[in-house]
Design a protein around this ligand. Sequence first.
Ligand code: B1M
Length: 212
Amino acid sequence: MATAQEYFEALVEGNQDMVKTYIGDDLNVGTPPLKILNTGLIPGMEMVGQKFRDAEIYIPEVLMAARAMHAGLDLLKPKLMETGAKPAGKIVIGTVKGDLHDIGKNLVAMMFEGLGFQVIDMGVDVPTEKFEEVIKAQKPDILALSSLLTTTMLEMKSTIQFLKKRGVLDDVKTIVGGAPVTQEFADEIEADAYGKDAVSGAEKAKELLGIT
Ligand code: B1M
């Protein structure tokens, strides 16, 4: 089986073909898909995250790695489903109403998927009522909100307040992030967690659900 280091090297180069080749070869020799995910792809992506935190690589590399990881996940997902592997949890993510920025949000969503979460991406400019509708229907473990504008940060606050008042978040944890968002702001609006970047956001999601 390809090692986590080999997966990391393919991911950090954004080498989708190499990631797919590793997965294909691993599957061909009978490696269980969950093992490929947990001991290859995910640790490889965590190494990418570590390099990003250490400022050894930057957003373009993380984006390329995330895309390569996505390509790998697309190959692995049907096999995982066949084995009945359970996702780590379900996350509904969206950029709040009035905000059209989605590059960071997409990156966070990809990291969530890379760490084994099922992600329902609601896109951008999502009104509170739409979040309510989808949360009620999908019963996620986590609601993840992104905002890139100082004005739409306030929309985050009203979204969380509204959903809490309606009892929609009784069994749902919240995580917020985006360039203008801070830990202090997350505390102020009573979000359960704050993600500074895609990597720490995904790690916070794991912590929220008690996954080590
Ligand atoms: Co806009 N824009 N933009 N923009 N834009 C910013 C954000 C801005 C800082 C530029 C500036 O003035 N210097 C500024 C905001 C100022 C402010 O409010 N403080 C700004 C503005 C003003 C605007 C418009 C109002 C401009 C106008 O029309 N006059 C307008 C608003 C439109 C709207 O949303 N209603 C606008 C429009 C746009 C484009 C459409 C042109 C485009 C968006 C394209 C797209 O997303 N599809 C755009 C872009 C690209 C930017 C900049 C240049 C880049 C944003 C980006 O993608 N960064 C940005 C300036 C900048 O940041 N340098 C800017 C890369 C991305 C990977 O980072 O999104 O921060 P980021 O995500 C990070 C973290 O924040 C975090 O993880 C990610 C990865 O590490 N993160 C989370 C994000 N969400 C998270 C959620 C989490 C956890 C972590 O948990 C749930």
